[in-house]
Design a protein around this ligand. Structure first.
Ligand code: IMP
Length: 431
């Protein structure tokens, strides 16, 4: 799962891990997520389908906690199939996942204040919680779908008219598009909670793939500048129907610096030339919306918080090579407000805005770490930086990503992560 504001590089990591698992399952979010995976010359951007789909023979599951836009899903399926991936042979969709409808996209025009991805994700979760949403199981039943859809559209149109954003829609055309969709996905739909629990009972390995990041979590993130689902580890249980007692370990993914897309508080944002340097070197542009990402320095107090709410056992650090050319690398070690040290992340975005980050500047290593695969080959100052991150966050760094390719990865010697990785993914030994 993402230990910052999303875009930590989970796509590559999940793809890397997927080799050792039988099933990969997404548990929250929708096609607001963008997971980029490079395999040789090919680049895949997955939005809804779990990254495990890129490993032949692995099952990829979309859990009940995800919201599915049928058009986005079909486009993704078609693109992957053209690339030779057996999507229909590997993909399974929960009958309890909610459906994103055109009216959700229309209504999202109202919520642009926080800079959402405009994919209708929030409005779809709103309908889920208001108990008027349409689920995949409803979609498969033409009569139920028509009745529920017509009632929903009537209500949405009334709101849109009142707000002056109404756009006439061809109801019959939309219904028939969704009925076509229902025909195409029917063979993929299952009770995935049952499927996953039975797989675990039978000794199969299941990888839960988070989307977005902890600081965008609806409960624990920088509310209201958050997404509308549970991006923390707990979401893996509610979003799949697999109980907490069946989850063996939690791996957090964090960049060696930090980014965020959209509005909201960001204590360590670098609004200067160094921030631009991170953006250019790190190619920090949104994979879904193309928006430039806001860039800043590694925030240890924030990571301590996300490690706490997720119970992170081991951390994967990505994009270390983006820092290679810096003479000094600032790391936020604590926050201050006036003269007082602030140890807790404030609950309000206004409270976070008032924080003043306190930095320690570490010497840069001024040499390339790109593509390094052995910890011993890292420059000593890069190792010092990583050790500093460990001490400041209190979380072990078990794995380091040094480039977009699968092989550009270091498994840290002597870590509990290494033990977990080498001994067939038994429960990680917790410190
Ligand atoms: P929504 O998820 O489209 O409702 O957008 C809510 C907030 O989450 C916005 O600030 C988005 O930029 C952000 N967001 C949503 N998905 C992602 C993601 O995959 N990576 C980074 N930010 C995201």
């Amino acid at each position: 799962m993402g230990a910052q504001w999303g875009d930590e590089g989970k796509g590559k990591i999940v793809d890397l891990f997927a080799d050792k698992f039988d099933i990969v399952v997404r548990y929250q979010g929708g096609h607001n997520a963008g997971h980029t995976v490079h395999i040789g010359e090919k680049k895949f951007i997955l939005k809804l389908i779990p990254s495990g789909i890129l490993r032949p023979g692995k099952m990829a599951v979309i859990g009940n906690g995800v919201v599915i836009d049928p058009e986005a899903l079909l486009t993704e399926i078609d693109t992957l199939e053209v690339a030779g991936i057996d999507v229909t042979g590997q993909l399974v969709i929960s009958n309890r996942a909610h459906v994103v409808l055109p009216s959700h996209r229309m209504l999202e025009k109202l919520s642009q204040a926080i800079g959402t991805t405009s994919r209708g994700i929030g409005p779809s979760y709103e309908d889920k919680v208001a108990r008027r949403g349409i689920r995949i199981a409803d979609l498969l039943d033409t009569e139920t779908f028509r009745a529920r859809y017509d009632a929903l559209v009537e209500e949405k149109d009334a709101i849109a008219r009142a707000l002056g954003i109404y756009q006439a829609t061809d109801l019959a055309a939309i219904r028939s598009r969704y009925e076509d969709f229902s025909r195409r996905i029917r063979p993929l739909v299952r009770d995935t909670a049952r499927l996953l629990n039975e797989a675990i009972r039978d000794g199969q390995q299941v990888l839960f793939e988070g989307a977005q990041g902890t600081m965008l979590d609806i409960d624990h993130g920088t509310y209201p500048f958050v997404t509308s689902s549970s991006a923390t580890a707990g979401g893996a249980c509610t979003g799949t129907g697999v109980p907490p007692t069946r989850i063996d370990c939690i791996i957090g993914v964090a960049k060696a610096y930090i980014t965020r897309v959209g509005s909201g508080p960001f204590p360590t944002e670098a609004l200067d030339a160094l921030g631009d340097h991170l953006r250019t070197r790190g190619k920090e542009f949104g994979s879904v919306t193309g928006r430039p990402r806001r860039c800043g320095w590694f925030d240890a107090p924030l990571l301590r918080y996300t490690a706490m709410v997720n119970g992170i056992d081991s951390l994967v650090v990505t994009k270390l090579d983006v820092l290679d050319e810096l003479e000094k690398v600032p790391v936020c070690v604590t926050y201050r407000k006036g003269r007082a040290e602030v140890k807790e992340i404030p609950a309000t975005s206004g409270g976070i805005e008032e924080l003043e980050p306190v930095y320690e500047c570490l010497p840069g290593w001024l040499s390339s770490t790109a593509g390094v695969t052995r910890y011993e080959e890292l420059p000593p100052r890069a190792k010092d930086y990583l050790k500093f991150m460990e001490v400041q966050t209190g979380v072990e760094i078990g794995c380091i990503s040094t480039g977009p390719e699968r092989k550009q990865t270091i498994i840290c010697p002597g870590s509990s992560f290494e033990q977990w990785w080498q001994t067939g993914l038994k429960r990680i030994s917790r410190q």
